[in-house]
Design a protein around this ligand. Sequence first.
Ligand code: GBH
Length: 497
Amino acid sequence: APAAQTSNADTFPAGFRWGVATAAYQIEGAAAEYGRGPSIWDTFSHTPGAITDGSTGDVACDHYHRFRDDVRLMAEMGIRSYRFSISWPRVQPDGHGPVNTAGLDFYRELVDELLAHDIEPWPTLYHWDLPQPLEDAGGWPNRDTAPRFAEYAAIVHDALGDRIGHWTTLNEPWCSAFLGYGAGEHAPGRRDGLSAVRAAHHLMLAHGQACEVIRAANSQVKLGVTLNLYAVSPASAAPADADAVRRIDGLANRIFLDPILRGEYPADVLDDLSPLTSFEHLHDDDLGIISAPLSFLGINYYSRYVVAAPESGDGARPSENARSSGDTSPSSDGGAPDNTTMSPDEASASAWPGSETVRFVERDVPVTAMGWEIDPVGLAETLVRVHREYTTLPLYVTENGAAFDDVADDHGTVDDPERIAFIDAHLRACHDAIDEGVPLRGYFAWTFMDNFEWAHGYTKRFGLVRVDFSDQRRIPKSSAEWYAGVIQRNGLPIMGS
Ligand code: GBH
């Protein structure tokens, strides 16, 4: 049975938005066609060893050529809102200057097709695919990338603004900064704590500057940003574990929430980072720009982190690698330090600069195929926390979902009760949060169809719809049918029926 059972009300508020989400590089394919330039994900996925199965997003779901069929399938499922991302290098192949008209046309046609099917388009301007020329010029650790992004945002808003209700600037700046420049698990695969910290700041600056230019063009526009937030809890009641929570909550959540929603950096996080930098990259007016007024906040929620103080004694090895890659191989299970097998670069790779030695504890609880703990209560906790501590803005769950080891029969049919239970439990958690007064206005399931799961390539399937990558056939899983029912009744099935 689903874990969060406290709510017996099964209907959502009138007008609650029901959607699915995707991202450009994960589905579009047509990577070198129609004037699209390369992004850091093209470069990274073509780097031997970077992606588990050696795959790339060159073709992915071939959505670029099949978007009309995909939109029709969404309409058949009763999807009311579609969150997708716009590929910056499709619109601006060099990351600045000339616009690729074919790229803008693709998104115009997609938006028109959605509207024709009564599906609300929810674009995200940046889901990790930085144009490669901008990475060559320093990437997100370089301050100049921020105004480039604002320029790109203005171009897209100009082209589509009349048909879009809600704009999201960035998806999960934590991943871009700390997985991309710290741990090196994501593009561009750099492994340097200071670069990650600078990237985080410039991503937020880019968000703020984009908000400014878009709002200057339309004062009524609805603007938001999507953060991936975690519930974080201690492995024990020991004070040292509480400090581990403070650190990881600081680097995962508060380092974005505080600047964006309060206009300040959390002092303790700056303190933890001070051995790494004297913060020359923070300029006087930045926090004013970063805390630009918003209309909503998007939250992506997948799991909870349970953390503990570093092993006493030293030599405690960076512990994030095993968990953040979903890798459960014996070599990464937190055993004895063995840095001799790592290059200096690998040894310093961490998504948690300044807090590298905090331990991520694996508990004996159900996990998804990614190895992530299934913890719907953490979603309610996160929503209530953001509402009480940070903002009264409308909130949206812009991503939530799970990979499981789907088994398809000869017809490609997948029965996926685990995915249904996962989403059911998380929706009950959403309902609990609403009962507690959280203005949660919508939910987007991650993801519409199986796709290129970043460093995991095609080995992890998060879709409601199965994709057969040998022939691009789409086959709705039982979770798709179940979700269609949820949307139709604006609520969950009554438990036990
Ligand atoms: C989202 O990111 C992305 O927006 C989406 O594109 C992606 O396909 C989807 O999730 C599924 O991965 O191993 O316990 O340390 C998710 C953000 C950040 C979630 C890192 C997992 C590591 C968990 N991820 N986190 S752990």
